[in-house]
Design a binder for this molecule. Structure first.
Ligand code: NAI
Length: 331
C-alpha cells in the first residue's frame, strides 16, 4: 500500500474549499490508489465552520482519507505537506482600492511562503488559486527562495477547461474530444484564450478547431470574451463564485502535474516565465505545458500570429503592472 500524501488546502472553510476537500479525499487529485491526509487552514473567525467541514469529512467515511488536520495555525497546517493548494485570501470588498486588496494578499502570501519554506515536505508542489492568483504565486516564490521555482504555480486550468467547454458546446462535440486550447497570461479579464493550435478528434481523424468552427469573428470575439468573463457570469447567476469548477480544475492541475499529461496533448498552467514566447522573465504567466515525471515544461515552437502577439503582450503588461503594485506594498 502507498504511504499517504499530505495535501494542504488554505481557505478550506470557504466556497472552493468546501467543494475541493471531498474531491481530494475521493482521489480526484492524486489518483484512486493514493491515500491522503488533508491539512485544512483557515483564519480564526472561520474556525468553527472549518471544524464543521472536518466533521463532515469524518462522516463521509472516505476510504482514501487517512487523517484530517483542521487548524488556524499556519505552521501546523504547513508541516510535512507534499501538495499545497492556496485558496485562502482577502477578497475585494465594495469600495476597496486595488492597492488595498493587493496589500492584504501580499502580506498573507509573504507569511505563508515562509511557513511553507520552513515546514513543508521537500519538493512540495504549490498551486495558488486565490486572486490575484499569478501575483500571489509570484510573491510566494519570492519569499520562499529555497522552494524550487518550478514547484510554484497558479491556477489557469479553470479558464482552460472553460475554453474546452465553449468549443465543445459550439461544435456539439464531446468535451473530451477537444484538446490543446491555450490560456496565455493572467488569470484575469486580460487572459488570452487561444484556439489556433486546438483540435477535435473526429471519425476522420483530428481536425483543427479553426477549420471546424469556420467563423473567425466568433473565435476572435465572443469566444474570447465569454471565457474571459465566465467567472463574473457565474457570480451573477449563482451569487457565489465558481467553486465547483474551480475545485475540479485545481484537481486536474495537480493530477496532470504529478501523473503526467497524455501524449500529444497539453494543458495551461501559470508558471514562472523563463522568457519563452518573449514573455518577460520573472512573471508568473500562463503557458501551454506538458508534464512528465512530476515536472512541467513549456511547449515550444508554436506559431504566434500578429493578433495573438498583441494579446500575449497586453496580458504580460497587466502582470508587470500587478508586480509593481505588489512590490510597492512591500515597502
Ligand atoms: P471564500 O471567501 O468563500 O473563501 C476564502 C476563505 O479563505 C475564507 O474561508 C477565508 O476565511 C479564508 N482566508 C482568508 N484569509 C486567510 C488566510 N490568511 N489564511 C487562510 N485562510 C484565509 O472564497 P472562494 O469563493 O472559496 O474563493 C477563494 C479564492 O479563489 C478567491 O480569491 C477567488 O477570487 C479565487 N478564485 C480563483 C479562481 C481561479 O481560477 N484561479 C477561480 C475562482 C475563485
Amino acid at each position: 500500500a502507498k504511504e499517504p500524501l499530505r495535501v494542504l488546502v488554505t481557505g478550506a472553510a470557504g466556497q472552493i474549499g468546501y467543494a475541493l476537500v471531498p474531491m481530494v479525499a475521493r482521489g480526484a487529485m492524486l489518483g484512486p490508489d493514493q491515500p491522503v491526509i488533508l491539512h485544512m487552514l483557515d483564519i480564526a473567525p472561520a474556525a468553527e465552520a472549518l471544524n464543521g467541514v472536518k466533521m463532515e469529512l469524518i462522516d463521509a467515511a472516505f476510504p482514501l482519507l487517512k487523517g484530517v488536520v483542521a487548524t488556524t495555525d499556519v505552521v501546523e497546517a504547513c508541516t510535512g505537506v507534499n501538495v499545497a493548494v492556496m485558496v485562502g485570501g482577502f477578497p475585494r470588498k465594495e469600495g476597496m482600492e486595488r492597492k488595498d486588496v493587493m496589500s492584504k494578499n501580499v502580506s498573507i502570501y509573504k507569511s505563508q511562503a515562509s511557513a511553507l519554506e520552513k515546514h513543508a515536505a521537500p519538493n512540495c508542489k504549490v498551486l495558488v488559486v486565490a486572486n490575484p492568483a499569478n501575483t500571489n504565486a509570484l510573491i510566494l516564490k519570492e519569499f520562499a527562495p529555497s522552494i524550487p521555482q518550478k514547484n510554484i504555480t497558479c491556477l489557469t486550468r479553470l479558464d482552460h477547461n472553460r475554453a474546452l467547454g465553449q468549443v465543445s458546446e459550439r461544435l456539439k462535440v464531446q468535451v473530451a474530444d477537444v484538446k490543446n486550447v491555450i490560456i496565455w497570461g493572467n488569470h484575469s479579464s486580460t487572459q488570452y484564450p487561444d484556439v489556433n493550435h486546438a483540435s477535435v478528434k473526429t471519425s476522420s481523424g483530428a481536425k483543427p478547431v479553426r477549420e471546424l468552427v469556420a467563423n473567425d469573428e466568433w473565435l476572435k470575439g465572443e469566444f474570447i470574451t465569454t471565457v474571459q468573463q465566465r467567472g463574473a457570469a457565474i457570480i451573477k447567476a449563482r451569487k457565489f463564485s465558481s467553486a465547483l469548477s474551480a475545485a475540479s480544475s485545481a484537481c486536474d492541475h495537480i493530477r496532470d502535474w504529478v501523473l503526467g499529461t497524455p501524449e500529444g496533448s497539453w494543458v495551461s498552467m501559470g508558471v514562472y516565465s523563463d522568457g519563452s514566447y518573449n514573455v518577460p522573465a520573472g512573471l508568473v504567466y500562463s503557458f501551454p505545458v506538458t508534464c512528465k515525471n512530476g515536472e512541467w515544461s513549456i511547449v515550444q515552437g508554436l506559431s504566434i500570429d500578429e493578433f495573438s502577439r498583441k494579446k500575449l503582450d497586453a496580458t504580460a503588461q497587466e502582470l508587470s503592472d500587478e508586480k509593481s503594485l505588489a512590490y510597492s506594498c512591500l515597502q
